[in-house]
Design a protein around this ligand. Structure first.
Ligand code: AMP
Length: 417
């Protein structure tokens, strides 16, 4: 069966078509500038594993139009509203075809940010599920409405095809109350559902499952998963089930990230509001979009910050030091929370590719039995590999994440039930 995986943002739509017979990506792409004031909607499309095409459509006013465009591209259907085709063959998409008929798409899997406390696992989408995703909009005000636009767009253009929602929060629902509750009066939890939810759950679950297959750990095993990308979070897992995570009611909490500040004293918000005449929303926007590596150095990209660090720039040195320090503190605290740690796994952009970042993450943790082999670590980029020294008590691994495949697997399972 072929499964279409959709990750809808407010003005964008990422997709992958996956052949579940061999779990190979048939085609993938990103539609940008949907419903914006820009004159065109742009598609970057990759198929046959290598060919890449940039296509501009006059304008997709909404996600349903964008989805219709994607389905035409997947079928290689001619369109008259193409603005620019790279080979100048305006209106001709024949060579982009990967399916002959929409019937080949067996199901659609949607990434949904916030499932609140309702969703502990992926689910087939029906009216009640849509209503529940709507109810969770206060918890995911930017993402849930966009995810719903993606779902409704697919229902419109593929009405007969089963749709599945895969929630970013679901994996963390196994946390015990002592980990997910905040120590504020009970009514804020019972009335407003204020608690730690955690995010990147699809990635953490993929890595947790892989760790149980790959590492040969005994029952009761304790693993810390470090998802280090532009957004970053850790999860502490016992036997592959989450017992704690660093992100909170929103993805702002925890580690120093590309543009997010991570943990700080919440009193900072009121202090800044008063001193800078800003609203709480403006302060939170600053903390989400202008902080982290960006706020400290002017760049959110770890590659840039590392280059500046190596050139001896003091801002970059502080940022990298803080990034590593906060990360090590959380790794240590999760090991303490679980009474020890058997494996630490790195994933996502920084975790998979940045050997120096991985070394910083575990620097000084030899006292807990964590020792990486610098030579093994240096050579690893984007592949599954053990990077701990032979005499390390704790296994340290790089395991590339694959959120789309995790979504497609859930979708296949639920759609064929
Ligand atoms: P992601 O959000 O998972 O796509 O990860 C994006 C982050 O990974 C950015 O901060 C990138 O700078 C970082 N990244 C990707 N490749 C490398 C690399 N080779 N070295 C350091 N950081 C990298």
């Amino acid at each position: 069966m072929k499964i279409l995986v959709i990750n809808a943002g407010s003005s964008s739509l990422k997709f992958q078509l996956i052949d579940m017979d061999n779990e190979a990506v048939i085609a993938k792409g990103l539609v940008e500038r949907i419903g914006t004031v820009d004159p065109t909607t742009d598609l970057t499309y990759e198929w046959d594993g290598k060919k890449i095409k940039q296509i501009q459509l006059k304008k997709a006013a909404n996600h349903a139009e964008a989805m219709a465009f994607v389905l035409d591209v997947l079928q290689g259907k001619d369109r008259t509203d193409l603005e620019v085709a790279p080979d100048d063959a305006r209106g001709h998409l024949k060579d982009t075809a990967v399916i002959a008929d929409l019937k080949e798409i067996g199901a659609v899997g949607h990434r949904v940010l916030h499932g609140g406390e309702k969703f502990t696992a992926s689910t087939v989408i029906d009216d009640a599920v849509i209503a529940a995703i709507e109810e969770n909009i206060p918890l995911g005000p930017l993402h849930n409405p966009a995810n719903l636009m993606g779902i409704r767009a697919c229902q419109e253009v593929l009405p007969e095809v089963p749709q599945v929602a895969v929630f970013d929060t679901a994996f963390h629902q196994t946390m015990p109350p002592k980990a997910f509750r905040y120590a504020i009066p009970n009514e804020y939890y019972t009335e407003l559902h204020i608690r730690k939810y955690g995010f990147h759950g699809t990635s953490h679950r993929y890595i947790a499952d892989r760790s149980q297959e790959l590492l040969g750990l005994p029952k009761g095993n304790r693993v810390i998963i470090c998802h280090l990308g532009n957004g970053s979070s850790l999860s502490a897992c016992v036997d592959g089930k989450c017992v704690d995570t660093t992100m909170g009611i929103t993805p702002l909490d925890g580690l120093v990230m590309g543009t997010r500040c991570g943990t700080l004293d919440p009193a900072v918000v009121e202090f800044i509001c008063n001193r800078k005449n800003m609203t709480p929303s403006e302060v939170l926007s600053m903390m989400n979009k202008k902080s982290g590596l960006l706020g400290l150095t002017g760049s959110s990209d770890m590659r840039d910050v590392t280059a500046r660090y190596e050139a001896g720039e003091p801002d970059a040195k502080l940022a990298i030091d803080m990034w590593g320090y906060v990360l090590r503190k959380y790794i240590g605290s999760f090991a303490a929370a679980m009474g020890g740690v058997d494996a630490i796994i790195f994933t996502a952009g920084i975790g998979e590719n940045d050997a120096a970042g991985r070394a910083r993450a575990v620097e000084g943790l030899e006292f807990m039995g964590v020792k990486i082999d610098p030579e093994k670590n240096a050579g690893i980029r984007g592949v599954e590999a053990k990077i701990s020294a032979d005499d390390s008590k704790v296994q340290v691994w790089v395991i590339p994440t694959n959120e789309e495949l995790a979504i497609a697997r859930d979708t296949l399972e639920l759609a064929t039930k």
